[in-house]
Structure formats: C-alpha cells, structure tokens
Design a protein around this ligand. Structure first.
Ligand code: ZN
Length: 402
C-alpha cells in the first residue's frame, strides 16, 4: 500500500540530495548540471535522437546569437521583445534566440527544394534564452536558459495528415516509456488569423483526422489556435496525478510566407510548404524536473545515474569488487564502488538512500563461488547469483527501459 503520508520532495530538494544539479546566484534561471544529472540529460537526448533517426529526421544546429532582424522578419520580435536578451556587437543588435523556428528556415532555404524532398524534417536540440522575471524563476520548471527538443517539418499540404499521424504515434510512444497518461486538445482558428480560410480548414481537418485515426478523444478549443495556425496540445498526468502540458503539434502558415519559402512542385512551379512545429517533452529542464518529482529520485534502471553499487565486505574482497565493476562497466552499465572501511550495514544504508536500483555485496563466500549477493531496490535481498545471470537481467531491463 502506498504511504500517503510520506512527504514528497521537490526536484530542488532531490537535486541536492542526489547530487544531480545546482542553482547559483551568478546565473539565475540556469542550472549547473552535475555528472549524475547529466546522465539523465544524456539518456533523454539519446532516447529522442534514436527515435528521430528511425523516423527519418535530420538534425541541425543553429546559432544561439543572431542578428535581431531575423526575428523582426519572422514577426517574433514584436511579440516577444520583452522576453528576449539583446546585445550590442560591432554596432549591431543581436539577440539570444528565444526559439529555433526562424533559423530553421535558413537551412531550408540554403538550396532549392523539390517536392521530392518533402517532408523535410529538421530536428534541433536548441539552447534558448528567455528573459523571465527573477521572481517567477522556479528550479527546473521555469528557467532562463532552455534546452528544447524541437523540430520543424516542411510538408506539402496533402502530406499534413500522414505527418501529424506519425507525430501522434511518436509522441504517444515516448510518453508510454514514462507511464504518463495523455489527453489531447485541438485549438482552432481565432478571429484574427492569417492565411486563407480554406487552408485553415484543411489544417484543422488534418489534425482532427490524425487524432481520429489513432482513436484519440480530444477536447476542442475553438478559436484558441495561434494567429498563424491551429495546434494540438498534449497534456500528461504523472504518477502523482499532476497534469502538465508537454507536447505540441503546431501547423504554421506564417513562416513560409514571411521567409518566402518554396519548393518546386511536379508542374515545375513554385509552391509554399506548410511548416509543422513540434516538441515532445518541451524543454529538457522542465521534463527532467517532472521526472525527478514523478519518481521521487527512484529512477527506473535505464535512467538511473548509478545503476549498480558494489560493496566489499572486507579489504580482502576489494580486488574482486573492482574486477566485477570493470566487467559491468565494459557492458555500458553505470557502476559505483564503495570500498570504504565501514560496516557493510552502513554501506548498504547509504546506497539505499541514494536510491540505486541494485546493490551487489561481495565477501569471501561470493568471491570463492564467483558470485555476487544481489539486493534490489524495493525488493531487498535476492541472494547470491552468478555475475552472468545478474548481468543479463540488468541488461535486459535497460534494453526494455524499465
Ligand atoms: Zn518552431
């Protein structure tokens, strides 16, 4: 039974306790990632990169600092200037990008595109900056430096449904890994909107059809779309039953217009692509903050900064403990070893407080039999096992992301 009275810790508290990240006055709103927090960050990057490679995306990286006029041209500056950091360099005004969108068009227009090139899917793990007021900064939930899992997909009008369908599947599969329950909202044309009504109808229809195709119920939010296009918002519920808006799939008619984007269609004429913006977890910072609180620091094995802690019973077993550590590390398993001259009881308690999924204790008996005594988080002592057996169990958990 769940202990309802157990006090839940914030990601700020857990970050200190588990040595994941820290915040300092010298950089308000920007976390310092410690090695263990960085493991989580890298696992998420790996996860999304693998999924995108298999979905035929191409990764790009665009400058953090760009001249202001790019954002004036896109129309963002007028809307977001209070949120943008500006700098004077060589008598010109630059900004730290608050979003990746306009810069992705620079890559798109770097050559002539044909209808055969579309859909063209540019993903970017972009470093963004937003001038949030210091009073609203809140750990990883509200930061000034944001790392976003972004993509801009350039499609022909008749490719919208299939592409949005792919995105829904991609996003759903992603959230399943974390056990999040999803709900969907579809926001449609506001009164003040740019682009032809016909195109809006087509885009809204594509979003709705893709949802239906995936048998997804959604809440309609009439007139809540952006002025430049309709969107799907994906909300999730975590294991603490808290709701978060994470993913978005946004159709955009503005960018192609503002940046005069085109492709050569089958008749040899220039046609405008539709741009789809999408994010799966939104920002790495916020997503990691949610995960840390969701798991209360007891991450699933695949995501745990340390997956195995090895403890030697006596000094005699130190060499054997190190040999086992080396074997596991060679398999890509994240291992720490505690050879301190403390009682085994104390070493076990310490490792348990660190919420490490597996603790391996090795003494003379284990060394002689070439085994390890396994303790699993939440299950306690599993007894002695051959190292090979333990290795295949943990590797299979990591592979299955449990
Ligand atoms: Zn965008």
């Amino acid at each position: 039974m769940k202990n309802e009275n157990k006090k839940l810790l914030s990601h700020q508290e857990l970050g200190v306790q588990l040595d994941l990240y820290s915040f300092h006055e010298i950089a308000p709103g920007a976390p310092f990632w410690h090695p263990k927090g960085m493991v989580i960050f890298r696992e998420l990057e790996k996860l999304i990169r693998e999924a995108l490679d298999m979905a035929n995306y191409q990764e790009i990286s665009t400058p953090i600092m760009v001249r202001k006029d790019l954002f004036e041209k896109s129309g963002h500056f007028q809307f977001y200037k209070d949120l943008m950091f500006t700098l004077k360099v060589d008598n010109q005004t630059f900004v730290l990008k608050p979003m990746n969108c306009p810069e992705s068009t620079m890559v798109y227009s770097s050559k002539i595109r044909s209808w055969r090139d579309l859909p063209l899917r540019f993903s970017e793990i972009g470093r963004l900056h937003r001038k949030e007021l210091s009073g609203v900064l809140n750990g990883l939930f509200r930061v000034r430096q944001i790392t976003m899992d972004d993509a801009h997909i350039y499609v022909r009008q008749n490719q919208m449904i299939d592409e949005i369908d792919n995105l829904i599947v991609l996003i759903n599969n992603f959230y399943k890994i974390f056990g999040f329950k999803t709900s969907y909202r579809l926001a449609t044309r506001p009164d003040e909107a740019m682009g032809a009504k016909l195109l809006w109808d087509k885009a809204e229809d594509a979003l709705a059809q893709a949802l239906k195709k995936n048998k997804i119920k959604y809440e309609l939010q009439p007139k809540e779309g952006a002025f430049y296009g309709p969107k799907i918002e994906i909300h999730v519920k975590d294991s603490l039953n808290r709701s978060w808006q994470l993913g978005t799939i946004q159709v955009d008619f503005n960018m192609a217009e503002k940046f005069n984007l085109g492709f050569v269609n089958q008749d040899g004429e220039k046609e405008k692509p539709v741009v789809i913006h999408r994010a799966v977890f939104g920002s790495f910072e916020r997503f990691i903050g949610i995960l840390v609180e969701n798991y209360q620091g007891a991450f699933p094995t695949w995501l745990s900064p340390v997956q195995v802690k090895i403890l030697n019973l006596t000094d005699r077993n130190e060499k054997y403990a190190k040999k086992i550590a080396a074997e596991l590390i060679a398999e890509g398993i994240r291992v720490e070893i505690n050879t301190d001259n403390e009682t085994i009881g104390k070493k076990i308690r310490e490792a348990e407080l660190e919420k490490i999924p597996y603790i391996l204790v090795v003494g003379d008996k284990e060394e002689k039999a070439d085994t390890v005594a396994v303790r699993e988080r939440g299950k306690g002592d599993l007894g002695a096992q051959k190292l090979e057996k333990f290795k295949s169990k943990i590797l299979s958990e990591i592979e299955k992301k449990i």
